[in-house]
Design a binder for this molecule. Sequence first.
Ligand SMILES: Nc1nc2[nH]c(O)nc2c(=O)[nH]1
Length: 468
Amino acid sequence: MAAPATPGTADGAERLVIENAYIATVDAAGTEYAHGHVVVAGGRIESVGAGSAPEGLTGVTRRVDATGHLVTPGLVNTHHHFYQWITRGLATDHNLFNWLVALYPTWARIDEPMTYAAARGSLAMMARGGVTTAMDHHYVFPRGSGDLSGAIIRAAAETGVRFTLARGSMDRGEKDGGLPPDFAVESLEGALAATEETIDRHHDASFDAMTQIAVAPCSPFSVSTELMREGAELARRKGVRLHTHGSETVEEEQFCKELFGMGPTDYFASTGWLGEDVWMAHCVHMNDCDIDAFARTGTGVAHCPSSNARLAAGIARVPDLLAAGVPVGLGVDGTASNESGELHTELRNALLINRLGPHREAALTARQALRLGTHGGARVLGRGDQTGSLEPGKLADLVLWRMDTLAHASIADPVTALVLGAPAPVTLSLVGGRTVVEDNHLTTVDEDAVARSTREAAQRLAQIAAGG
Ligand SMILES: Nc1nc2[nH]c(O)nc2c(=O)[nH]1
């Protein structure tokens, strides 16, 4: 979608001016300004460039001296499971299948208040670390648990970040050869109807949308072939995106070969799950033909290096995916398999872990890692024309990272400092020009209150799961 004219910039518009910053725009040419400015008006970027802001600007309500700061586009998270915030630190030495089997019975007891508390915790952690666009792949809907999708969307609106809810689903329980217990799955018809209702109620297709919905059956070993096919048809009828887990582990590959007689990528192709409107989490076990199929169809990838290491899944072939032209973003993944819950670690680990693969030191640069975590992610979510880079007319989703403290001051290059250094303090984070973080604190929600409510929810869930 092309950027419409920046609204609210006629005389009388309010402007925020940021000056004296190192600016990494992450535009197509990778333009950077060692000493530059950004002007925000009407929720959009009005100008970005070298030196001070243009003289004679009217309506300047705030001028930020960003000396010692790096300004980047806000980070974009492309894969997460918010509800897992209240089951962190469990089954810590398991591979994916054993971990899922250990946790499904607990997850099947979540209710609306727990889901809301967990979503607030997940969102707060990401937002205070510079995420301006978040997503949640929520696929556990216990019978009678309330309006879980509504609770998650409310939490995102309160936190103030741009948001995609990938309405997940599982309908292949143990009795149908799936991994989840039968009590943890929905019916095919129930899952499709609830997904359609969520789209109708909440999806916003506008340029500056704060809430979008995707259709997201969970994974080949927890979803029937009918739900994959009919889910794809539903998404295309409604004009929304499609998301699922794919090619995460050798066990999944084996499952697909045994049940469907083909590997995961061929299975996805056979069910309508390759295309420009699809993005898939993990994509670790892909051969050259699989990568070629993703590149030809424009299918995107959410790379989740920390979770892949935590669950011993393997190393995704990110340099090969990028070389083939596959859109790639980064994902925290659920915090039951990545307890840190913030996206900076994924920029760092994407670079480090990929250097353990065959491309060694040529695998990824710091600037490529920043691109994955910003414009790459926006593209994967279908929002690359709206956010993910600092360019006039795009949404004012941006972060001022403080680079002059003990943690970073001795590293000359700010992008290297951001990606390879410790998580940098966030002096200011804007979503559509609205402040979400100021001086390293969330301005939209009370972080301590969120922490307390997540602890209570985690304790309540643990008690219920233990039969209390
Ligand atoms: N990392 C994860 N992989 C998954 N596959 C699946 O079916 N569920 C999950 C999950 O929660 N995390």
